[in-house]
Design a protein around this ligand. Structure first.
Ligand code: MG
Length: 376
């Protein structure tokens, strides 16, 4: 595929990609990052995102975000910003859709529990696991393990990484050692993730009744747009006013991100993706929006994620993960056959791969299968 002339000179281009681990012939109809996106959409881990959740467990209600709808929202935000900044839409979409593939069941509680279980065996980190899913765990090709994605998609998936682990990761680990930046598309997918979850957690939090409008009105970013929605639509239902508020918050953050990033890019004047890597992070909020977004994030942490009803579910999730881990470590014969073979080489890692791949409901079912006597 030739260079895309519509893109900015500092955008990532499929034609100049650093390539794939296993050499493959180019497609005559699709660009390299389009192929990456398509591979992500067709993989098993992507379908499992439908039954994995961040804050609310899947059975709690049909209207709450799942990791699948979250990933689609991230891709939507990232693509519309990318188009405006003339960055590579296919690449931000591939990164956005893949960014949560390595998440355990039961959100951050599950990740923390599995990391604790794996402490003596190299730990567990969902971000690293997302990379492991696309590099190693997916079994779709005859010639290689994983999805054989391009370097640019893989570097975007690996948002952060400790230096000792970066040393073991080859090409995608390098930037954590030489302290350079990833592509603007990777930087963008990261911030689109934050805009998506802060705003949909407000929406889901209100829908669940765990947080209230009165509480949220203490958050300046929310208050500004909730006042506006109230003024414009005094007779509208509360639900409509919440939607009018949330979409204004998203829009404000997106417009701020675009304006600040354009200013940063103009100042740094990168002429190529190589210049982007050497520059400081260029995709960023203004200082005002950064602080306002942080205030919202703290509010959600204190009032939603720490809410006792969420904590009770998280505690159950942690217990399920711990007990599954202990059972499989004690007796690898309890693992499904394909994991038994892997457990022979590295039991703890095979168990972590199996557990982290589970959806919320699969983990609960597997736990019942192992711990209850009656037939299920
Ligand atoms: Mg995310």
């Amino acid at each position: 595929m030739p260079l895309d002339a519509h893109l900015a000179p500092y955008a990532a281009q499929g034609a100049t990609s650093r390539g794939r681990h296993h050499a493959e012939e180019g497609s005559t109809t699709r660009g390299e990052f389009q192929r990456d996106r398509d591979r992500v959409i067709h993989c098993n881990a992507f379908r499992r995102l439908e039954y994995k959740t961040q804050v609310f467990v899947n059975h709690e209600g049909d209207l709450f975000r799942t990791r699948l709808t979250h990933s689609i929202e991230v891709a939507q935000l990232a693509r519309s910003i990318a188009r405006h900044l003339r960055l590579n839409e296919d690449l931000v979409e591939a990164i956005s859709l893949a960014h949560d593939l390595g998440h355990t069941p039961f959100g951050h509680a599950g990740q923390d529990a599995l990391n604790e279980c794996m402490r003596e065996y190299g730990g567990f980190e969902h971000n690293l696991q997302s990379l492991r899913v696309v590099d190693v765990l997916e079994e779709r090709y005859g010639a290689f393990d994983g999805l054989n994605l391009t370097f640019e998609t893989r570097e975007g998936i690996l948002k952060h990484c400790a230096e000792d682990i970066a040393l073991t990761l080859g090409d995608v680990g390098e930037r954590f050692l030489d302290h350079t930046q990833p592509s603007l598309e990777a930087q963008l997918a990261n911030l689109a993730d934050e805009i998506a979850y802060n705003n949909h957690d407000v929406d889901d939090g209100l829908r669940s009744g765990l947080i209230t409008l009165d509480q949220l009105n203490e958050v300046p970013l929310f208050r500004r747009y909730s006042d506006e929605a109230q003024r414009l639509y005094p007779a509208a239902s509360e639900r409509r006013r919440i939607n009018e508020t949330v979409r204004r918050m998203i829009n404000a953050l997106v417009l701020d991100l675009i304006a600040q990033s354009q200013a940063n890019i103009a100042q740094a004047a990168p002429a190529s993706i190589a210049d982007v890597r050497r520059a400081p992070p260029l995709i960023a909020y203004s200082e005002t929006a950064r602080v306002e977004s942080l205030v919202l994030k703290r509010f959600l942490r204190d009032h939603l994620y720490q809410h006792y009803q969420v904590q009770r579910m998280s505690a159950k999730g942690r217990r399920i993960i711990r007990e599954l881990f202990e059972s499989f470590m004690e007796d690898a014969r309890l693992l499904p056959p394909q994991y038994q073979a892997k457990a022979a080489a590295d039991r703890a890692r095979a168990v972590a791969d199996y557990i982290s791949g589970m959806t919320d409901r699969y983990a609960m079912r597997e736990h019942r299968r192992l711990f209850t006597v009656e037939d299920i």
